[in-house]
Write a protein that binds this ligand. Structure first.
Ligand code: ADP
Ligand code: MG
Length: 388
């Protein structure tokens, strides 16, 4: 799960990562009131789950409450297109109004789960404001990395080493160590999967401030953090994924045209591979889970059918705990309720497979059955090509 910048800053403030004063506004009038309260120069920032807002006109330094209101009015209720949003952009529903700050230096600070070491890594770079992927590609030597020992946490010497590499003057080193340590604590205690402070700035007054903040969390740990879960913004989610998560289905929307319904994450991955191998593109990853009920299967099928780009559906089930007859009943119910508008290919094996096939045959649905996965993938790809 991802959250907004202003929410990430609320969390970071609690952990004593230095952030500026500010408030979130849903109307131009609220933006003006916050600017009035803060006084002086303020910055109005569009709140969407995407970066690149600065370059796209979603961030502006203004000198009066009237200007804050005017800029907020221009943003609110309209989509903002940045290089991270895709061509449709994302509708701005709120803006952060924050104190302005005199920037002396912009840096990059982040924490990620590092797959290579299997640990969390603190990443810093003197190249702030620039995308870290770009720095990694063009000047990888400017990225410093400290692997965090899960037993010890980020050690003070590691934090100091990063501060020295960033060429901080002596008087900033202690502030940097405190900031990095606070960030590491926030990451760990919140079960974050990603924190990105881009830019972390050194102000002209010699302070360190997190000027931007992005946080992502491990969904499987959210049950431990009801306060973080409350930050969820459904407006920012793919509607297909939102529906699926309400039914506890593991669903990821993709851009192809073959809807896939599979049980088990491993088989779901293999199914996407084999669809690609057969020359097709999956429209989604979907694992209905081992113990799926008829209702869950029905919902899964409904979500796949609701995707207008789906031109054929491939159901690939190995009946174990999820029995083939339960699957068949779910599919038949959903197809009756929603109307099956695209070709359907089913490959199933395992528990109660004969009963499952019988239910499908008696349903009168136009189902093509495949003897194995590869045949099923080919049939689905061929059917989708015909439908186009
Ligand atoms: P994004 O990454 O989406 O472009 P940022 O929050 O990083 O958004 O803001 C873009 C730029 O705007 C920053 O690199 C910084 O130069 C400037 N900026 C952001 N917040 C402030 C602020 N409070 N005071 C002054 N400048 C700011
Ligand atoms: Mg940024």
């Amino acid at each position: 799960m991802n959250i907004h910048e202003f929410q990430a800053k609320e969390i970071l403030r609690r952990y004593k990562v230095p952030v500026l004063e500010g408030g979130v506004a849903r109307t131009a009038e609220e933006a003006a009131a916050i600017a009035q309260r803060l006084g002086g120069t303020v910055v109005v920032k569009a709140q969407i789950h995407a970066g690149g807002r600065g370059k796209a006109g979603g961030v502006k330094v203004v000198r009066s409450p009237e200007d804050a209101a005017a800029f907020a009015r221009g943003l609110l209720g309209r989509p903002l297109v940045t290089h991270q949003t895709g061509p449709d952009g994302r509708v701005v529903r709120q803006v952060l109004v924050e104190q302005g700050c005199d920037i002396a230096r912009e840096l990059y600070l982040g924490m990620v789960v590092d797959r290579g070491s299997g640990r969390v890594a603190l990443i810093a770079s003197s190249e702030g404001g620039v995308e870290i992927e770009e720095v990694a590609a063009s000047t990888p030597e400017r990225i410093y990395r400290e692997i965090v020992d899960p037993l010890v946490g980020l050690a003070p010497f590691q934090a100091r080493r990063v501060a020295f590499r960033l060429c901080f003057p002596k008087e900033l080193v202690n502030k940097a160590v405190a900031c990095f340590t606070a960030l590491a604590n926030a990451f760990h205690e919140c079960d974050a999967s990603l924190v990105e402070i881009n830019p972390l700035v050194v102000t002209k007054g010699g302070d360190l401030v997190a000027l931007d903040a992005k946080m992502g969390f491990d969904d499987n740990a959210l049950y431990r953090h009801p306060d973080i879960r409350a930050y969820r913004d459904e407006n920012e989610e793919d509607p297909r994924e939102r529906e699926a998560s309400n039914f506890e289905l593991s669903y990821i929307g993709l851009s192809g045209n073959i809807g896939c319904m599979v049980n088990g994450a491993g088989l779901a991955m293999a199914t996407m591979d084999i669809v690609k191998h057969a020359g097709g593109e999956p429209a989604n990853f979907l694992d209905v889970g081992g113990g799926a009920s008829k209702e869950k299967v029905r919902e899964a099928f409904r979500i796949i059918l609701s995707d207008p780009s789906v031109k054929a559906i491939f159901i690939n089930i190995f009946g174990g705990i999820l029995r083939c007859d339960v699957l068949a009943e779910g599919v038949v119910t959903a197809a009756r309720e929603v109307g099956l508008s695209v070709p359907l290919v089913i490959r199933m094996e395992g528990t109660n497979v004969e009963r499952g096939k019988q239910i499908l045959a008696e349903s009168g649905l136009a189902v093509q059955t495949a003897a194995n996965m590869e045949e099923g993938a080919r049939m689905a790809v061929a059917a989708a090509a015909q439908a186009r």
